[in-house]
Design a protein around this ligand. Structure first.
Ligand code: PLP
Length: 355
């Protein structure tokens, strides 16, 4: 049996929605984009949303909104996708890495010692949908007068104490890449409760333009097409189903997998499970065993960010290092059948029984 790590979810209704846009001949930044923004902001209970062409652009817009100066520092987790760090560096700032905790998110108890007079913001992620400790992050931001910037690329649909993720920061983002929970194929969004930031984000998305050919800000062409937006809007019609189903798949794995451990989860959080990650000592052996049996897996992530050539330092982040050596993300997606999931479970359990 072949079990891919992810299959993007699409239904006939998504294709219909895309076809409809092609017939209207309004292909970019038209009514579908606005409708998607309205639908997502209302789902997240946040006032303003700005759709862009991917999650990395969303991060760039968010950071440009905050007027960082050269050498301003932004505290980020030592284990994340490279886009989190690059968004800071691409805006002449310096990402400062902080080790993660057992939830695989930035460890709030290690942040304070990394704050300097150059620190302007904390940017967190919710690893694979697993929610971080927002109370502590918000407390630190208040105490040191820092912005909270949320890279919510992995946590669409997750919740912290009943408040939707992608909304806790001054400015927040998400990604609608094909492998994400809701997809526009490529796409992303910026969220804020502040009108001024909203207007600025709209301008930055469109070359920093305030009026036609007047450019008070640096920006780029980060516009979303109506074709992508229509796909997202159609997917949003079934968002609750999609997330509920993912959580059921995760529960089923936890009920049936043996001799593996999982990232810890904070109480009063809801994990929408973009990833289903296990932690295991003989990770490479298990990965080979699963691959031989047709099961695709991913490693999120094989190195702490500071072991990437562009960010190399000799510092060791013990938890990020340990997790990068033990983590394995196994298949989870809307159309994963019970049969396929049982097959994955059986293959993992046969392996773990022997170690
Ligand atoms: C944590 C994080 N930030 C940012 C991004 C960038 O999103 P995109 O691939 O849509 O540019 C991703 C993508 O997976 C991500 O995981």
């Amino acid at each position: 049996m072949q079990v891919p790590w992810v299959i993007p979810d699409y239904q006939q209704q998504d294709i219909k929605a895309i076809k409809k846009v092609l017939q209207t001949k309004w292909y970019t930044m038209g009514p579908e984009v606005k409708k998607l923004e309205d639908k997502v902001s209302s789902y997240l209970h946040i006032k303003y949303a700005v759709a862009v062409n991917n999650g990395s652009s969303a991060l760039d817009v968010a950071i440009k909104c905050l007027n960082f100066q050269k050498s301003d520092e932004v505290i980020i987790p030592a284990l994340t996708y490279i886009a989190t760090a690059n968004a800071v560096t691409n805006n002449q700032g310096t990402p400062v890495f902080v080790d993660i905790d057992d939830t695989l998110n930035i460890d709030p108890t290690l942040i304070e010692e990394n704050i300097t007079e150059k620190t302007k913001a904390i940017m967190n992620i919710d690893f694979g949908g697993n929610v971080c400790d927002y109370s502590s992050l918000l407390h630190l931001c208040k105490k040191y007068n820092l912005h909270l910037l949320v890279d919510g690329a992995q946590s669409f649909g997750s919740q912290y104490k009943k408040k939707m993720c992608c909304t806790h920061g001054l400015i927040n983002t998400t990604s609608f890449h094909a492998a994400k929970i809701i997809t526009t194929i490529e796409g992303g969004m910026v969220f804020t409760a502040h009108k001024e930031l909203f207007h600025k984000a709209q301008m930055i998305r469109n070359q920093g333009q305030s009026k036609r050919y007047i450019h008070p800000f640096f920006g780029n062409n980060y516009r979303m097409t109506d074709i992508n937006a229509a796909m997202g809007r159609s997917q949003m019609d079934r968002v609750n189903d999609i997330i509920h189903h993912r959580m059921e798949l995760a529960r089923y794995y936890k009920d049936h997998l043996k001799n593996v451990t999982y990232p810890e989860e904070h109480a009063s959080t809801k994990n929408s499970h973009l990833f289903f990650s296990i932690l295991i000592d003989k990770r490479e052996k298990l990965r080979k065993h699963l691959s031989k049996n047709g099961i695709e897996t991913r490693i999120h992530y094989p190195y702490p960010i500071n072991k990437q050539p562009i960010y190399y330092t000799s510092t060791i982040y013990p938890k990020a290092t340990e997790v990068s050596q033990r983590i394995l993300s196994i298949p989870i997606y809307h159309s994963l059948t019970q049969n396929a999931q049982d097959y994955v479970i059986k293959k993992i359990n046969t392996f773990t029984k022997g170690i």
